[in-house]
Design a binder for this molecule. Structure first.
Ligand code: ZN
Ligand code: ZN
Length: 155
């Protein structure tokens, strides 16, 4: 009986219980945020679609010549994932690739030509942030700029 009363009290006053025990019960919201996020995106025509499990690593801009030629844009925004965390889920399957260096291939949609990312021999897939369904997520904000001297002086 004593036990029951105490349990009921703890339930009714979770914050007090947390202070007493040093254990802070998680709210539903914080429990949700601990689940690995899934990032989704794809090409212009929709044939090549991806799902990538977080964490989203190393978000950055790059203005190297490879990125400029691959995207047609003077600056490309990238984020990286472990290769095992990226799934190609669209009707077109995996993207077409062009071997761009000794260790990496550039990925694009064979239907519409959209640039999608870079698939490295090392277990990393870098995806262009412009292909994400939601590119405004704070964790996708670039941390740094590679090949900065090559970026346009006007932007
Ligand atoms: Zn496409
Ligand atoms: Zn680059």
């Amino acid at each position: 009986m004593e036990e029951k009363t105490e349990a009921a009290e703890v339930e009714a006053r979770p914050l007090l219980a947390a202070i007493k025990t040093g254990y802070l019960p998680m709210s539903k919201k914080s429990r949700r945020s601990m689940v690995k996020p899934i990032y989704r995106g794809g090409c212009l025509c929709g044939a090549v679609r991806f799902e990538a499990d977080g964490p989203a690593l190393n978000p950055h801009n790059c203005s190297c010549e490879f990125c400029q030629r691959h995207t047609g844009s003077l600056t490309a925004s990238w984020v990286e994932f472990s290769a095992t965390d990226v799934r190609w889920v669209g009707s077109g399957g995996s993207p077409a690739v062009y071997r761009s260096s000794d260790f990496s291939s550039r990925a694009f949609c064979p239907e519409c030509g959209s640039s999608l990312g870079a698939i490295d021999d090392s277990p990393t897939v870098a995806l262009l942030i412009g292909t994400f369904d939601d590119h405004r997520l704070p964790e996708l904000k670039p941390d740094y700029h590679s090949f900065k001297p090559e970026k346009p002086i006007w932007g």
